[in-house]
Design a protein around this ligand. Structure first.
Ligand code: ADP
Length: 745
């Protein structure tokens, strides 16, 4: 037993050591060879992920007594940088966890230091392993060469200007970042335009920005609210049930109360021993506000004063992974660098937030123990058990790498965990992008001068006991505070620096700025002008050269890692709703509009030739009225009349079902999208010519790669397809209300 464990830990560290060699500029053949070795060895533990081979957080361990700390110094243009091996597979190249085992002791463990690449900082942790590996320290000469390089590339252009007037709580971390970059800050704003505007809350914090870049997308706050998020993921679950199983089953209240109550009753009737727990979250709540656990639908607090409370009730994940007997969650920072083309970066370092009361599976007795069930920092900080620690691997808030390091030492296949997390992030963004596009074109219509956008998102992820990551929520405004409130004397609170937060957050902001640097952005991946939805035929598969810009100077290598378009192949087929959104936007017509009127819907049907003797224009009108009315009931606070994107998607699914009856749900939708796109491309249609004049050009979003044939699941054997369509029917039952019979069938 012990020796098995020992072998596993050794294998993990061996693999990590091999990744670390990237820093020593090893060539591609070497990488492949080592990959083979590692594979042979891992067969003893769990197999490596098949889907993606992402780059986990960069961790380098070095012996504490090593005289020099591990400095990562890369020569630009190095061949192996996060690249592919000769077999065309992406290697996990940025994980470097290695150290000398001189003092190591399997039973006792020993102190190690972790170097977090991209931050220039060292952290200490205890390891239980006994690996005998040598840290790769660049020689003094290499370090000096790097510095010389820096001076050679001394900046010859004006500094990038950043308007920080609206940065709010991000200000401290932002200031530090700007200082490290030697950029110019405008704390009170500036009359002349700045290159970058940093907003603390929303795109609209500054109005009338006509150029530059803003760190918020219009509509992101709305899209990431709990209800909208659940709807967006649910749409994807209908199309790709297996791919979107990382989000707990959810019901939207009050409108789905009946479905929720009925389903729970049926589950309990079927098996009396089953007693599931649910978590109720107010729609626009944050920081754990208003959240509570229930075991029976009758415990729902449906009313907030005289109004029905808008909230989401969700399956409670009752078997989370525990560390030190405590539940914890992961806060991962993700940069949506651009929406068109889609570019996503993930921070290699994140935070973990720990509960402050040992975890027990939910029971009627402990349902109200927030310190046991909710990981929110803002709640747990008030517990007397909360541990503020200057160390990044202890206390109630720790770095993600310290947790992964600990799991790796216990034999966990952290490559697989990280790979699953990356997949979860990409899929989630793919789910919200369609509606974000609608918001984007409404705020910055094509042709109108405006800024381009980027945004740092905070993903909250829970690891289940079986190590599967589960998405809890995505924050559009993740806290970028680098200090925390502390009770310095009884009743006296003060803000004191938080080294863990500073470590992670300054790196994320600084490197986001570096990636957005208007002077070093490569033209090949530049974003089209605001509102532009031109399709670029070729999405660059690698943007590795971006990871260090010529003006980066002595800065550490980037702590943000590109995951999309890097992993386009694995995820592109999921971008199906985006194509429906592109059709929707095309027919919106009037600038700034977010809803389709009845005439525009008719135009869409005519242009795409979807009506016939069985589906007359009168039926089209009924379909429009029926769906639109239902959705306006589901979204009572929406002031605009007409058909929003979510309603349009429902109508589209319905049309697809009518048209391609024998196919599976997804095949139906793919076929209808293709049909519409083909009709819109045909230049002969009168309607088409008319609609083109008042609408946007249809982005031909990655069409060929998204088609059914490229999608392995569409080629799946009949039983799988049947299962998928059954799954769809199940989800259909969860929809607000099924389509009424007055729609012609
Ligand atoms: P908020 O925006 O208020 O923080 P979250 O969705 O992040 O809302 O939930 C708050 C906390 O509740 C999470 O940090 C997590 O600890 C816990 N939690 C949320 N959803 C679930 C779930 N489905 N299963 C288990 N725990 C959950």
């Amino acid at each position: 037993m012990m020796s098995d464990h020992y072998v596993k830990v050794k294998v993990q560290l061996e693999q990590m050591k091999s990744f670390g060699k990237e820093d020593a500029e090893k060539n591609e053949e070497e990488e492949e060879e080592e990959g083979v070795d590692a594979e042979k060895q891992t067969s003893m533990s769990s197999p490596p992920p098949a889907l993606v081979s992402p780059d986990p957080p960069s961790i380098t361990t070095a012996d504490r007594d090593a005289s020099n700390t591990s400095i990562t110094c890369k020569h630009r243009g190095g061949k192996s940088r996060g690249g592919k091996n000769s077999s065309g597979k992406h290697n996990i190249t940025d994980l470097a966890l290695h150290g000398s085992g001189k003092k190591s002791n399997r039973l006792g463990g020993h102190e190690r230091t972790l170097h977090i690449r991209g931050t220039g900082k060292i952290l200490q942790g205890k390891s239980e392993n006994n690996g005998n590996y040598v840290t790769i320290h660049p020689s003094k000469n290499i370090q000096e060469t790097c510095r010389e390089d820096v001076f050679k590339h001394a900046r010859k252009r004006r500094p990038v200007t950043v308007d920080t007037a609206k940065a709010k709580t991000s200000l401290e971390a932002l200031k530090l970042s700007i200082k490290q970059l030697k950029w110019k800050e405008f704390p009170l704003g500036r009359r002349a335009p700045c290159d970058i505007y940093w907003h603390g809350v929303s795109f609209h914090d500054n109005e009338n920005i006509a150029s530059g870049q803003v760190n918020k997308f219009p509509g992101m706050i709305e899209m990431l609210r709990k209800i909208n998020m659940s709807r967006a993921v649910r749409t994807m679950q209908e199309l790709f049930p297996d791919e979107y199983d990382f989000y707990p089953r959810s019901w939207i209240l009050p409108e789905e109360y009946q479905q929720f109550a009925t389903q729970i009753r049926m589950v309990k009737e079927n098996d009396a021993t089953v007693n599931p727990t649910f978590i109720v979250k107010p729609d626009s709540g944050s920081q754990g506000d208003g959240i509570y656990l229930i075991r029976d639908p009758s415990d729902l607090k449906l009313m907030g004063g005289s109004q029905a409370k808008q909230s989401v009730v969700q399956e409670y994940i009752h078997k989370p992974l525990l560390i030190d007997k405590l539940k914890f969650d992961i806060r991962l920072y993700v940069l949506l660098k651009s929406m068109e083309p889609l570019e996503i970066y993930i921070a290699k370092e994140g935070l973990t937030r720990f509960c402050t009361e040992p975890y027990q599976e939910p029971s009627q007795k402990n349902l109200s123990h927030v310190f046991m069930h909710l990981t929110n920092y803002s709640l747990n900080v008030h517990s007397c058990n909360f541990v503020h620690s200057d160390s990044q691997s202890t206390g109630s808030k720790r770095t993600l790498s310290s947790v992964l390091y600990r799991l790796a030492a216990k034999g966990v296949d952290i490559k697989k965990v990280w790979s699953d997390i990356i997949a979860l992030v990409i899929k989630t963004i793919i789910a919200v992008v369609p509606e974000l596009r609608v918001y984007y074109q409404a705020d910055i219509p094509p042709g109108k001068p405006g800024p381009t956008c980027f945004q740092i998102l905070g993903f909250d992820i829970l690891l289940m006991k079986n190590l599967k990551p589960v998405l809890l929520e995505v924050n559009s405004n993740p806290s970028m505070r680098i200090e925390h409130e502390q009770e310095v004397a009884p009743g006296v609170f003060e803000y004191v620096p938080s080294p863990v937060d500073e470590e992670v957050k300054v790196g994320v902001i600084r490197d986001t700025l570096r990636l957005m640097d208007p002077f070093s952005r490569k033209s090949s991946i530049s974003q089209p002008k605001a509102g532009g939805f031109e399709h670029r035929e070729e999405i660059p598969m690698e943007a590795e050269t971006q990871e260090k810009s010529p003006d980066d100077g002595a800065l550490p290598s980037l702590c943000l890692k590109q995951v999309y378009p890097k992993y386009t192949k694995q995820f592109n087929h999921l971008r199906l709703v985006e194509r429906i959104a592109a059709l929707f936007i095309r027919f919106l017509g009037v600038k700034g509009n977010m809803r389709l009127g009845p005439t525009a819907f008719r135009t869409f049907i005519r242009t795409c030739k979807l009506s016939n003797s069985n589906f007359t224009m009168a039926s089209v009108d009924i379909l429009y009225i029926d769906i639109t009315r239902r959705w306006s009931g589901a979204m009572p606070d929406s002031r605009e009349a007409g058909m929003g994107l979510q309603a349009f998607v429902e109508a589209f699914f319905h049309l697809a079902g009518r048209r391609f009856k024998v196919l599976t749900m997804r095949e139906q939708v793919v076929s209808l999208v293709e049909l519409c796109e083909a009709q819109l491309e045909a230049p002969s249609s009168v309607e088409d010519r008319r609609s083109v004049s008042c609408s946007r050009a249809l982005p031909r979003t990655n069409r060929t790669q998204t088609l059914g044939l490229a999608n392995p699941q569409l080629d799946s054997p009949a039983p799988t397809r049947r299962a998928a369509s059954q799954d769809y029917r199940l989800h259909q039952r969860l929809k607000p209300r099924t389509l009424r019979a007055n729609v012609e069938n």
